[in-house]
Design a protein. Structure first.
Ligand SMILES: [Zn+2]
Ligand SMILES: [Zn+2]
Length: 144
């Protein structure tokens, strides 16, 4: 995604395109590792040492609220973030905590009886288990 597209998506969501906000968004767009807030701050700070931790965290929060960035809650660990435009599900490894993207497929919405008066905005799945690396390690331990 180019600079102009990032600026448009920020402004389209009612956010001013400040250099710091832009930096957070640009980093997340190209980062596939689902970084934590601390990692985002480190990366943004490397590019522009003037941006403070508080500003970075506030920008991150604004981007999540605007729906441009998604927060992936990882139990017992720091939340991870991603800004991929393409919808996807997640796989979280129990052992190493890795958060991986899984190809999107539609999930059936709950029926109106279980939903009641709630209004669903979005629905995504989180798969949990062992990532390929950890699964292989476990398999080789068993064999040996
Ligand atoms: Zn793993
Ligand atoms: Zn993701």
């Amino acid at each position: 995604m180019d600079a102009e597209a990032i600026r448009r998506s920020l402004e389209g969501s009612g956010l001013r395109c400040t250099p710091q906000r832009y930096a957070v968004m640009a980093f997340l767009m190209e980062c596939n590792r689902h970084p934590t807030a601390a990692e985002i701050f480190q990366a943004v700070n490397r590019m522009d040492p003037r941006s403070s931790r508080a500003t970075t965290y506030n920008n991150l929060r604004d981007l999540v609220q605007a729906g441009l960035v998604r927060e992936v809650a990882v139990e017992g660990r720091a939340a991870r973030f991603d800004a991929k435009g393409v919808r996807h599900h997640h796989f979280i490894c129990d052992r190493c905590g890795n958060v991986e993207d899984m190809e999107w497929y539609d999930v059936r919405r709950p029926g109106s009886r279980s939903l009641g008066k709630r209004m669903v905005r979005e629905c995504e799945l989180i798969f949990r288990g062992l990532c390929a690396k950890c699964a292989a390690r476990r398999a080789s331990r068993k064999a040996g």
